[in-house]
Design a protein around this ligand. Structure first.
Ligand code: SAH
Length: 394
């Protein structure tokens, strides 16, 4: 049997069902498990704790597949976990052109596996040695879902390097899509470039927040900073915004946004797409005396881990300060952070500091989270990364 034995006391987190074993917790390795091999995890007193995947290169030395000893890790296991994930997203079966996160890693019992469903196209990300080891079984299970047209891999995430894995991209089942895939978030139609886009192509975690922005946009001049392919922009246009200025540094992303605006039949006159650094654009807009009734800021992950929190806080403060100054009285700011390294409390403090320095009084009227197809395990709070505040300028 291949196994790891933990140091005394280091079984505590596993007993709380936290699914990771850090390298420092390991006392000794039994056998010679290969990267991604299935191993047993034992406490120092010999008690069996879990079945896990071994990651010899990573600080996260093992990730738990199962908490019951009799659970075999095989193709049936992956089919069953993926079937369970699908069962909690039943709308996938029914919805034409619908998009959902189908498997959300640890929260769906599949550490290292992320899969998004875009109207029959599954975009898969395998980010751990264990997920890589079982790739064929995992891909077969997704390909077997009714209505699945193709499985396309986007395992071009940085964390793969920490696992000793090279990036992998390409069609695994079916052909690579020749054009962006069209999805619907009623009433809006979006185009998702799963081949060239960021991550798996689209930010599904913001789905419900986009719908909220649609409900708030009527008659407002909207600024969408870090707009990517215009998720929030299109929602605001659908919600009757008077104008929407969308800013991103990626010309490719903006070009998809423009195509989406045409696809939805929105008047050109209401939508402006600006390729620019947002930090600079906010200052320029201020110099131009521009004002907005609704601003969305959804920047990239400034702090991947807590070690980056201080630098990230400065960046969050800067953009929020300038955005608050651009708000009309009674104007709304929807401000987000997807940094795992900046918690909700710290984020709120940073935004409060920004308001203070901007000389702006504001109230929190709502809080934002990731959509429910991105669940968070109670025993794995690290899984909670997206938070947002809706502020009203007084
Ligand atoms: N709000 C988007 C997702 C944003 S992802 C949505 O809902 O779909 C972050 C985006 O910020 C990316 O599109 C990236 O190109 C852009 N970006 C990163 N740094 C930037 C900067 N300094 N200025 C402008 N855009 C930036």
């Amino acid at each position: 049997m291949q196994a790891i034995h933990l140091k005394p006391g280091r079984e505590k987190s596993l007993l709380r069902r936290h699914p990771w074993v850090f390298s420092g917790a390991v006392d000794r390795v039994q056998g010679d498990p290969a990267s991604g091999a299935t191993i047993a995890v034992f406490a120092s007193d010999g008690r069996w704790l879990a079945t896990a995947a071994y990651s010899p290169r990573s600080q996260i030395r093992a990730r738990v597949w199962a908490w019951t000893r009799e659970t075999a890790i095989d193709a049936t296991f992956f089919r069953s976990r993926i079937r369970d994930a699908l069962a909690t997203r039943p709308e996938i079966a029914a919805g034409a052109r619908l998009a959902r996160r189908l498997v959300h890693g640890e929260a769906d019992g599949l550490p290292g596996v992320v899969a998004d469903w875009y109207a029959g196209t599954v975009v898969l990300q395998l980010a751990s040695a264990g997920a890589e080891h079982w790739r064929d079984a995992i891909v077969d299970a997704f390909a077997g879902i009714a209505g699945c047209e193709r499985v396309y891999e986007r395992s071009d995430v940085e964390v793969r390097a920490l696992e000793g894995l090279a990036a992998r991209i390409g069609a695994l089942r079916g052909e690579a899509p020749a054009a962006p895939v069209e999805i619907r978030e009623d009433p809006v139609r979006y185009l998702v470039d799963v081949v060239h886009g960021q991550k798996t192509g689209f930010y599904l975690d913001q789905r419900e927040n986009r719908a909220r922005i649609r409900g708030l946009a009527q008659g407002r001049d909207v600024l969408n900073g870090f707009c990517y392919t215009g998720g929030f922009s299109l929602a605001a246009l659908a919600g009757g915004a008077r104008s929407v200025l969308s800013v991103d540094s990626s010309g490719a992303a903006l070009s998809i946004g423009r195509q989406c605006a045409v696809l939805n039949g929105f008047e050109d006159s209401r939508a402006t797409w600006l390729e620019s650094d947002v930090f600079q654009a906010l200052r320029n807009l201020r110099d131009q005396g521009r004002r907005f009734g609704l601003i969305v800021l959804d920047p990239p992950k400034f702090a991947p881990t807590a070690a980056h929190a201080e630098k990230a806080s400065r960046a969050y403060k800067d953009i929020n300060l300038w955005a608050l100054r651009l708000l009309e009285p009674d104007g709304l700011l929807a401000t987000f952070s997807c940094s795992g390294g900046v918690g909700a409390d710290l984020f709120q403090k940073v935004v409060a500091g920004a308001a203070q320095d901007a000389g702006v009084d504001a109230q929190i009227v709502e809080r934002f989270h990731a959509a429910p197809d991105h669940p968070v395990l109670l025993s794995f709070p690290e899984g909670e990364y997206l938070k947002g505040l809706l502020l009203r300028r007084l």
